[in-house]
Design a protein around this ligand. Structure first.
Ligand SMILES: Nc1nc2c(ncn2[C@@H]2O[C@H](COP(=O)(O)OP(=O)(O)OP(=O)(O)O)[C@@H](O)[C@H]2O)c(=O)[nH]1
Ligand SMILES: [Mg+2]
Length: 458
């Protein structure tokens, strides 16, 4: 691989908080000279005399040769480094002040401060990662639950990129086969060997559609499914909310109108990450703050991807409950709460008539929550979803896949109608759309946008 070395950049690569170890990363031209200027190995000599990739213990010195920190220095010569360039890692003590002081010293020795995502951008430009893998780095860093980690790690390993690349190559081969067939066919009758190309086109279109359709599950995986807990005052919304979280987050009292504001927390239930919101009970508000809270409940219910409608199943339904039913619609999950107090049969029958899914449970005892947990993946539209790197988690890739899927489907239709003339152009456009995912054909502003999502040091 041709080594592309730009001017040295440096940044603190670890989180800006006190920790046992903090890492300063330096990459680019003259990195080893910088190391020799500021790092003194304990056993004397210079880092440049030591074997590459070995951890060398020593001292970072300031301009007057006073120690700034004792640390480990590791030199990774390019191209076998993260960025593909010569890279230095200084594993220092993880205090903010000490890391800042060492970074200042590195900058004084000739490096410049790295921009957001600049290390990963260099890795991309040097062919160490494709654009989808670079995005997987950002996803992996921001992942806050196991499924998101698994999906991002699988994408980073390159399996997803390989799948996309295979579709890209298939479509190019189909386009080439059609072009050849059109050129050599005198009566405009397509030769039989094109049958395999049509099969490949059909497979590619199906695969692109599946990937594009995985974007909803991918979005939930990344951001969590926005889920609102709604109901009339005292139905037990906050008790349900706390039970789902596994700790007491919202205030629970027997006074109607306890919750006023939206209370939100992230939680993973039944393998589905939720952004769960507790809300103010729906009724004619008795005070201005309560009425404001109720207005928030309405907009929360409208914007949520999933609504949990809570009813006091031990009592007859009220006019307020009827209003909750009107607000929620059939596809909300209905929680018939307070089963420990005995369920009012009339209430249960009415709820069963009103909602597609009714769960009889008790926030007090926890009974009945297992069935709710088991139903969540289907309710979220994530049933059978595997976190194996095949979930598309960002809008850029989703849009490109949708466009490519539409174009491949259009090409199939053109074939079926026997209007092959435009087919080559359509497939070419589909390839271009797919190419943007990997970075094969991507406008510079799109590429910049991808890396601007990163933090400095990544
Ligand atoms: N026995 C029993 N009591 C419950 C259950 N769930 C909630 N409660 C009681 O019902 C009362 C109201 O509960 P909350 O969770 O505060 O109800 P809410 O719907 O959040 O009420 P607001 O915030 O006022 O809208 C409290 O006294 C709870 O202890 C349950 O499953 N069984
Ligand atoms: Mg409440």
């Amino acid at each position: 691989m041709k080594l592309n070395q730009d001017a040295a950049i440096a940044a603190i690569a670890t989180a800006p908080a006190p920790g046992a170890v903090g890492i300063i990363r330096v990459s680019g031209q003259g990195v080893l000279d910088i190391a020799d200027m500021l790092f003194l190995p304990k056993n004397g000599g210079k880092l440049s005399d030591r074997p590459a990739r070995s951890a060398v213990f020593g001292t970072v010195l300031d301009a007057e040769a006073n120690p700034l920190d004792v640390c480990l220095a590791i030199f990774f010569p390019g191209p076998a480094s993260y960025t593909g360039e010569d890279t230095l890692e200084l594993q220092c003590h993880g205090g903010r002040a000490v890391l800042s002081a060492v970074l200042e010293r590195v900058l004084a020795c000739g490096a410049r401060m790295a921009g957001p995502g600049e290390f990963t951008r260099r890795a991309y430009l040097n062919g160490k990662l494709d654009l989808a893998q670079a995005e997987a780095v950002a996803d992996l860093i921001s992942a806050d639950w196991e499924g998101a980690v698994k999906n991002a790690a699988a994408q980073l390993s390159g399996a997803y990129g390989a799948k996309i690349r295979a579709i890209y190559e298939d479509l190019r081969a189909v386009a080439a086969a059609y072009t050849a067939a059109m050129d050599y066919s005198d009566q405009n009758v397509l030769p039989p060997e094109l049958e395999s190309s049509v099969a490949a086109l059909r497979r590619a279109a199906g695969e692109l559609r599946r990937l594009a359709d995985s974007a909803r599950a991918g979005e939930i995986l990344r951001d969590g499914l926005h889920t609102a807990v709604v109901g009339r005052p005292n139905a037990g919304k906050s008790s349900v909310f706390n039970r789902l979280l596994g700790f007491s987050r919202s205030i629970v009292t027997d006074e109607a109108g306890t919750t006023r504001d939206i209370v939100s927390e992230k939680v993973c239930i039944g393998g589905i990450p939720l952004r769960l919101s507790d809300t103010a009970g729906l009724r004619e508000g008795t005070s201005a703050p309560e009425r404001m809270g109720i207005a928030l409940t309405r907009s929360e219910a409208a914007s949520a991807g999933l609504v949990l409608a809570v009813f006091d199943g031990s009592a007859p339904l009220t006019a307020e409950d009827e209003e909750v039913m009107r607000l929620c619609g059939r596809d909300a999950l209905c929680l018939c709460n307070k089963m420990d107090l005995g369920i009012c049969e009339e209430t249960l029958a009415r709820l069963r008539a009103q909602f597609d899914a009714v769960f009889v449970l008790s926030a007090e005892s926890g009974d009945g929550f297992d069935a709710l947990t088991a139903a969540l993946p289907a309710a979220a539209g994530c049933e059978g979803v595997r976190y194996d790197g095949s979930l598309v988690t960002n809008a850029r890739q989703r849009d490109a896949l949708r466009l490519a899927a539409e174009l491949a489907e259009e090409a199939l239709r053109a074939h079926e109608l026997g209007v092959e003339d435009a087919l080559w152009g359509t497939l070419q456009e589909a390839c271009e759309a797919i190419g943007t995912i990997l970075g094969i054909s991507v406008p510079e502003d799109v590429e910049k946008e991808v890396f601007s999502r990163f933090c400095i040091g990544k």
